[in-house]
Design a protein around this ligand. Sequence first.
Ligand code: SDX
Length: 426
Amino acid sequence: MADNAKLIVEGKTYEFPVLVGSEGEKAIDISNLRSETGYITLDNGYGNTGSCQSSITFIDGDKGILRYRGIPIEELSEKSFFTETAYLLMYGELPSEGKLKSFSERLNKSSLIHEDMLHFFTGYPKGAHPMAILTSVVASLSAFYPVKDTLDPEDEEIIIANLMSQIRTIAAFSYKKSIGEPVVYPSNKLKFVENFLNMMFASPVKDYSLDPDVVKALDMFFLLSADHEQNCSTSTVRMAGSSLANIYSVIGAGICALWGKLHGGANQEVIEMLEHLRDTRTSPTAFVDAIKNNKGKLMGFGHRVYKNFDPRAKIIKGLCHSLLKKPGLNDPTFEIALKLEEIALKDDYFLSRKLYPNVDFYSGLILKAAGFPINMFTVLFAIGRVPGWLAHWREMRHDKHTRISRPRQVYQGPTRRAYVPIQDRK
Ligand code: SDX
C-alpha cells in the first residue's frame, strides 16, 4: 500500500487510502469522500475515474501494451485462437485440452436459437441495420431462455456458451434475411469461425468453400476485439449488470453502446471514409487538411487510453499486408489508408494530440476482404467482444465490492421556484 492521499478542503485536511494495482497503477480510494467532506468529484467521460478493480485486461496506453489475463496480445494473436482466448478471458486461465473440448461442445450445443425466433427477422424492413436487429433479438433471448435470479456456476457456464454461440447465429441469420436468402443453420462439424462463415455465405444452392486465410483473419479479428477493460460498452454492461438485470438485456445494452460511431461503429465509418476518398478521387492530403481546418475526426484515429500505437492496429495492419496480397482480395482503399496514416503521423496536429490509428482503422479492410457487407462490421465487433463483456459480468457478479452503479451529479439547474398557472405564463 502507498501513503495516504491528503486533501485540504476549506482548511481541513482529509486523508484517503491509495490503492496500487499489480502493474503499479495508483488510485485514490474516494469511497468515503462525500461522507467525510460533503464534496463529490466531477470527471466528464470518466477519463480519470476507476469504476472497479479488475484482473481481466491490462492496458498501458503510453507504452501501447495490451494483455489479456497477463498474456501479451501479440503472443495470443500468434499462438492462440478466438475460442481459447475467450475461455482465458472468462475463466482466468488458458484451458486444458479437456476443458477446451467441453467448452467447444457447449458452444456447439447452444448454437441454435429457438425456431420461433425466426419470425423476428421477417418483421424488419428491408435494409434494416443488422445492429438494430442484433440488439433487439439478443434482448429477446430472455423471453425464450428465462434466467433464474440466482445463478450457480453451471448456470453461468450455460448462459455464457449460449450467448457466445447464439449471437453468432443471430448475426448470420439477420444477414441472410437482409439479402432475402434462407438462413443456413449452424453445424457441429465446423469450428466456431468456420461455422459462422458458413452460416453467412453458404446457401442451399451452393456450398461455401472456406479459405483458411480468411478463417484465420476473422479469428484474429475476433480475438483482438475480445476485451479492452472499461471501454464504453463494457462499462455499460457493468452498469446494467449492477442492477441485476438479466444477462441477455445486459449484453443487449452493451451492443447498443458499441454501435456508436465513436466506439464500435467506427470500423464502418472508416471504410465509408476510405471509399468516399476512392470514389471522389480526393487527395488524402487535402482530406487531412480539411479535417484539421474543420476540427473533424479522422475515423479510426485516436483513443482515450492509447496515446501511442494501439497494438491491435499494428497486428491488423500486418494482417492486411498479407491477406490483401491474395489474388482477388487486393483493395485500393488499403493504399489510401496507408497514405492517410503516413500523412497523419507526420503532422503535428495529430502528433501533438497523440492521435494514432486504433483497432478500427484497419479492421474494416479485413472484414471487407472476407466478404462482409459494411453494415455488418459492428455486428462482427460485437461477436468478438461478447467474451469480454461476459468476463466483466462474471467478475462483477463475484466481486464482494460490487454495488448498484449510481453516479452523482453537480446540479446546475434553476433553484427553487413556484408553479406558474398557464394563464400567467408568457
Ligand atoms: C474503440 O475505449 C476503448 O477501449 C474503445 C475500443 C475498444 O476496444 O473497446 O478501443 C474501441 O472505440 C476505438 C475508437 C474508435 N473511434 C474512432 O476511431 C472515432 C474517432 N476517434 C475519436 O472520436 C476519439 O479519438 C475517441 C472517441 C476515440 C477518443 O475521444 P477522447 O479521448 O474523448 O478524445 P477527445 O475527443 O477529447 O480528443 C482530444 C483532441 C480533440 O482536439 P482539441 O479539442 O484538443 O483541439 O483530439 C482531437 C479532438 O478534436 N481528436 C481528433 C480525433 N480524435 C480526437 N481529431 C481528429 N481525428 C480524430 N480521430
